[in-house]
Design a protein around this ligand. Structure first.
Ligand code: NDP
Ligand code: 2IT
Length: 445
């Protein structure tokens, strides 16, 4: 049995039933065969056995009181996965579907994503099964304070720096920062995605969506193409989806869908800047459902459906994991879609990934395509450490340069290992090698 298969046997036994985590591990291991063959030193130092095991796992009770005065309990988590390249870095997700498997897959992916940015960050992820939907601001605040009352023991600007993810945006980060500061009596860059007036970086809200579009732009350049006139489908309607639409519009493409967990809106005329401003108010202030868009702008509403049945050139999955299954991938390909850039983490199922790779479309996996968010978090950390504030243009310029470099690194690794154009393999290999070499240098820890 090969080294990789021996590690797989062990990791699948030890984490039995953790479907999402094992899916993420399998994909990375599948890319690493040729790397292990060329570099026996990794096996000798047990790099794979160590890299699939989080350095630290923290699970805690989060008690809070709802508006009716009733005690509620949620479960809080932080997976500090790997610190070979720097402090643990990665988002917090608040969603009822959150469990150990989901956060471990996200933490594992984050390690390679952060390495790929070429910046100095380890990987981690955390969150809770708390559902902010339908809760009052007061309930969200009480929950965030309780969550941070425990989390603050484990994090710090040189130790572990959380940020947002699904269900965690500016509001939640504000409440958590306030509680951290109160307990620790220190004002540091312990979280990223902070408000602009209290340490946040300009462009951090835009960064993930813009970055996913910049990555797609780089992939299109390899075929001498641009976004001009491209029909695009985007899923989700949260932070990543919104800024994906904004950047596609700026580059001359046309976005015809957005979605939420209720269904998809299909607007043949395109979601213009004015319509997007309305969506931002709907989603970020009123916290309403995307269905309202159909009534407001006369678009179609596809109840309970995802956007993948709509004909497009480029697809930007920007909602959640496994939102594109094998059948969806086949439909996308049959309809002529040839660019997929993942704003979400692991939105394509293994069957979908295989189809995209086999059909040699321009497929940017989340680890590479959505790394602009965490990269800009690092730029926020740099500004906090130096106590400076960069302009929008400066941050955007750096973000674009980082996305270009990530594309180059993934493309070069794919080429070097004999699969040009396979960004899945390229991203996994390029991300892995940097972490593995740092782990080798640092000994068996
Ligand atoms: P938001 O909470 O802002 O938005 C999430 C969107 O996805 C909402 O429209 C939500 O719909 C939808 N969604 C979430 N879960 C499901 C589900 N199970 N089924 C159907 N729809 C769902 O989160 P973000 O935009 O920040 O995150 C979106 C994706 O991007 C995630 O995969 C995240 O991990 C990834 N990502 C985010 C980064 C960031 O900087 N924020 C960085 C890199 C990746 P509804 O409101 O109905 O739940
Ligand atoms: O998945 C991700 O990269 C994020 N949610 C952002 C992490 C961060 O630390 O900015």
């Amino acid at each position: 049995m090969s080294y990789i298969e021996r590690v797989w046997e062990k990791v699948s036994q030890r984490n039995a039933g953790e479907v999402e985590f094992l899916q993420a591990v399998r994909e990375v291991l599948d890319s690493l065969g040729p790397v292990m063959e060329r570099n026996p030193k990794y096996e000798a130092a047990g790099i794979l056995e160590r890299i699939v095991e989080p350095e630290r796992q923290i699970i805690f009770r989060v008690p809070w009181i709802d508006d009716k005065g009733k005690a509620q309990v949620n479960r809080g988590f932080r997976f500090e996965f790997n610190s070979a390249l720097g402090p643990y870095k990665g988002g917090l997700r608040f969603h009822p579907s959150v469990n150990q498997s989901v956060l471990k897959f996200l933490g594992f992916e984050q390690v390679f994503k952060n390495s790929l940015t070429t910046l100095m960050m380890g990987g981690g992820k955390g969150g809770s099964d708390f559902d902010p939907k339908g809760k009052s601001d007061r309930e969200v605040m009480l929950f965030c304070q309780s969550f941070m009352t425990e989390l603050q023991r484990h994090i710090g600007h040189h130790t572990d720096v959380p940020a947002g993810d699904i269900g965690v945006g500016g509001r939640e980060l504000g409440y958590m920062f306030g509680q951290y500061k109160r307990i620790r009596n220190e004002f540091t860059g312990v979280l990223t995605g902070k408000g602009i007036t209290w340490g946040g970086s300009l462009m951090r809200p835009e960064a993930t969506g813009y970055g996913a579009v910049y990555f797609a732009e780089e992939m299109l350049k390899t075929r001498n193409e641009t976004f001009k006139g491209k029909i695009c489908t985007v899923s989700g309607s949260g932070n990543v989806a919104q800024y994906t639409v904004e950047k596609i519009n700026e580059l001359g493409g046309k976005v015809v869908t957005l979605s939420d967990s209720g269904g998809t809106i299909y607007d043949r005329e395109g979601i213009t800047a004015e319509k997007l401003a309305w969506i931002m108010e709907l989603k970020n202030v009123r916290r309403g459902r995307i269905k309202e868009y159909a009534g407001k702008f006369g678009a179609e509403y596809l109840e309970g459906e995802r956007p993948w049945g709509i004909k497009c050139d480029c697809a930007f999955p920007s909602a959640t994991q496994n939102e594109i299954n094998g059948d969806d991938a086949k439909t996308l390909l049959d309809n002529g879609c040839y660019v997929v850039s993942e704003g979400a983490n692991m939105p394509s199922s293994p069957e979908a990934v295989d189809l995209f790779v086999a059909n040699r479309i321009l497929y940017g996996p989340g680890k590479a395509a959505n790394a602009g968010g965490v990269a800009t978090s690092y730029l926020e950390m740099r500004q906090n450490s130096a106590r400076v504030h960069w302009s929008r243009e400066e941050v955007d310029h750096k973000l674009n340069a980082i996305m270009v470099k990530i594309h180059e690194a993934a493309a070069a690794a794919a080429e070097e290992y004999g699969q040009p154009g396979n960004y899945v393999m390229g991203a996994n290999i390029a991300g892995f090698i940097k972490v593995a070499d740092a782990m080798l240098d640092q000994g068996i820890v």
